[in-house]
Ligand binder design. Structure first.
Ligand SMILES: [Fe+2]
Ligand SMILES: [Fe+2]
Length: 118
């Protein structure tokens, strides 16, 4: 839905982030399976379990701002999970720390895009 002169670079950034988010979901699902639990892939209730809400932006800037809100929620959620694991499960904690670093990059990318677009 990205249109306007900045559309192409923003769409490329969104696509890269979306692919990385998919990678995070896969990593987490793999770890859950390793821990001998079944990951919950049921789309029913996905919205209810989601930490961030889905908001449609009317403009490119709105879309980036909404995305930034969601990235910041993700950052807080991963921080909480990292604290929760502490030293009880260092493997899960390290995985989440890697994901957290990437979410921080996503948020940075979006802030830079907003700055570029004024
Ligand atoms: Fe992610
Ligand atoms: Fe992200």
């Amino acid at each position: 839905m990205a249109t306007g002169i900045n559309a192409e670079s923003v769409a490329a950034e969104f696509l890269q982030h979306a692919n990385e988010e998919q990678g995070h979901a896969d990593l987490i699902a793999q770890r859950i399976v390793q821990l001998k639990v079944e990951p919950n892939f049921n789309p029913d209730g996905l919205l209810m379990r989601s930490h961030a809400e889905y908001v449609e932006g009317n403009s490119l800037i709105d879309m980036i701002k909404e995305d930034l809100v969601a990235e910041r929620i993700a950052i807080d959620s991963y921080r909480d999970m990292i604290n929760y694991f502490g030293n009880d499960d260092p493997t899960s904690r390290r995985m989440l720390e890697g994901i957290l670093a990437m979410e921080e990059e996503h948020a940075d990318d979006l802030v830079s895009l907003l700055e570029k677009m004024g």
